[in-house]
Design a binder for this molecule. Structure first.
Ligand code: ADP
Ligand code: ASP
Ligand code: MG
Length: 436
């Protein structure tokens, strides 16, 4: 028996709770029930509560535009304080909440500074507070109910490049730092923020929207975790997003590659960067339901079976650009090089493309902030027309029946197929054409 316990002592798991799993006081109580099930050492990675990151983005925009940011700040604080009021008895629990209150003030101080010349830098120092708020509240609550948990600041060990809003992890450096921050001889459970990190100069960075899944995977990688579980508001990975496809079914098992493909094409259930670090160390990823913790969920690992049903992924807010040389010449490699350089300059993600003699078509995610400049750059050498408000549908393991079902009621503007995947850039019939 002693031997078994020794072994369990060395095992370490990572649980990740996203915005939906920490959206209110009730869901925070639910976390306590879920972590009770874990007997091994545990790192809990948490996102900002509910839609807090969106609210902080708005705050950052107003602040950067030198607008009146105070009402937006107040609203975010009021939301967190309402949750606190439900979880704590304020007179008795003040001490537990010291750190939360400190961060509230830190955010206020950040907002009083004059905006820098770099929006992305300011974005990170403001938007990162969502995770600092959620984790300090949750740590306080867990301590209140008698669970000994160590709160840790992920910026102390997730070292990134200074690509603000898209920090790239320095794996070597982070590996050296993490053992100082997360030391299981101090506590059996640690609570860390998803999404955030810092540069070597201690400037706060973020890893990209929805990046908490990636943080959880990074921590498991850095600490040689046995597995990662992401607790979700769905039963696991389904063959489509149940919000638009009511017939979606659970996929009990899939390979890392399958999961990479479907997250790359936009299945929101897992962040695309999550899987590579896990695959490198053969760490399985479980996707399970926080409202049904006994459910089996999905296991992602080295699975050699074939998925037999089609997987459907939709990306909205797509734009289809049709690009042709102004001098009516053919599209050749030199043009392609120049066109890609422009997309890369604005960091606009190209999702699909097609080439013909006179035209190069690109389907990309629409970003209002960058679009006018992109267009101006392209138009100096090319004739560019475009359609807005499109959907990109990806069907993995397609068959004629599912294609028929999916494109029914749509006008398909561009389509592409390889052996196991088909893509359709399309527009719902009846929606007015936005073309330029
Ligand atoms: P979290 O806040 O936990 O990161 P997200 O909202 O980012 O959660 O992701 C969960 C949501 O992903 C689900 O509510 C579901 O609507 C959506 N989703 C999209 N594609 C899938 C899929 N293939 N399987 C399951 N859920 C999916
Ligand atoms: N809070 C961040 C976001 O909403 C990160 C995450 O939730 O994964 O994008
Ligand atoms: Mg998410």
């Amino acid at each position: 028996i002693n031997k078994t316990w020794k072994l369990i002592d060395l095992l370490m798991k990572v649980y990740k709770f996203g915005g939906a799993s920490v959206k209110d006081a009730q869901s925070i109580k639910n976390i306590a029930a879920i972590i009770e099930r874990c007997k091994e050492d545990l790192v809990i990675v948490v996102s900002a509560m509910g839609k807090t990151t969106n609210s902080l983005e708005t705050l950052a925009n107003v602040y950067y535009g030198k607008g009146d940011w105070k009402p937006f700040f107040d609203k975010i604080v009021a939301f967190h304080r309402a949750v606190i009021a439900e979880l704590f008895i304020l007179e008795d629990d003040q001490e537990l909440l010291v750190q939360y209150v400190m961060f509230e003030d830190d955010l206020f101080q950040e907002l009083k500074k004059i905006p820098s010349l770099n929006f992305d830098y300011d974005y990170d120092r403001i938007v990162s507070f969502g995770e600092l708020f959620s984790t300090t509240i949750i740590a306080a609550y867990l301590k209140k109910i008698g669970c000994q948990v160590g709160w840790t600041d992920s910026r102390g060990f997730i070292r990134t490049s200074n690509d603000f809003r898209e920090g790239k992890i320095d794996w070597e450096l982070s590996k050296r730092l993490i053992s100082e921050s997360i030391d299981f001889s101090q506590a059996k459970i640690f609570l860390a923020q998803g999404f955030i990190g810092s540069t070597t100069n201690n400037q706060t960075t973020t890893l990209g929207r929805e990046g908490s899944d990636f943080s959880a995977a990074a921590i498991a990688y850095l600490m040689d975790g046995t597995d990662v579980t992401i607790w979700k508001d769905v039963a696991g990975v389904l063959n489509a997003d149940p919000r638009w496809y009511s017939k979606a079914v659970l996929l009990p098992e899939m390979s890392y590659n399958e999961a990479i493909e479907l997250s790359f094409y936009g299945a929101q259930v897992i962040h695309p960067k999550t899987l590579k670090p896990l695959e490198n160390k053969n760490i399985p990823l479980y996707v399970r339901s926080f409202s049904d913790p006994d459910g089996k969920g999905t296991i992602i690992g080295f699975y050699s079976g074939k998925i037999k049903i089609p997987i459907l992924i939709k990306k909205t807010e797509q734009i289809l650009l049709s690009i042709a040389p102004l001098d009516f010449s053919f599209v050749v490699e030199d043009n392609l090089k120049e066109i890609f350089e422009i997309f890369s300059k604005y960091r606009i993600k190209v999702n699909q493309m097609q080439i013909s003699a006179l035209n190069f078509s690109v389907c990309a995610s629409y970003d209002e902030r960058k679009f006018e400049n992109l267009l101006a750059d392209l138009r100096s050498n090319y004739r560019v027309t475009y359609n807005l408000g499109l959907e990109l549908l990806t069907i993995r393991h397609y068959n004629p029946e599912i294609i028929e079902e999916m494109v029914n009621g749509y006008k398909v503007l561009m389509e592409q197929k390889n052996r196991d995947t088909a893509w359709f850039v399309m527009k719902q019939n009846g929606i007015p054409e936005k073309k330029n």
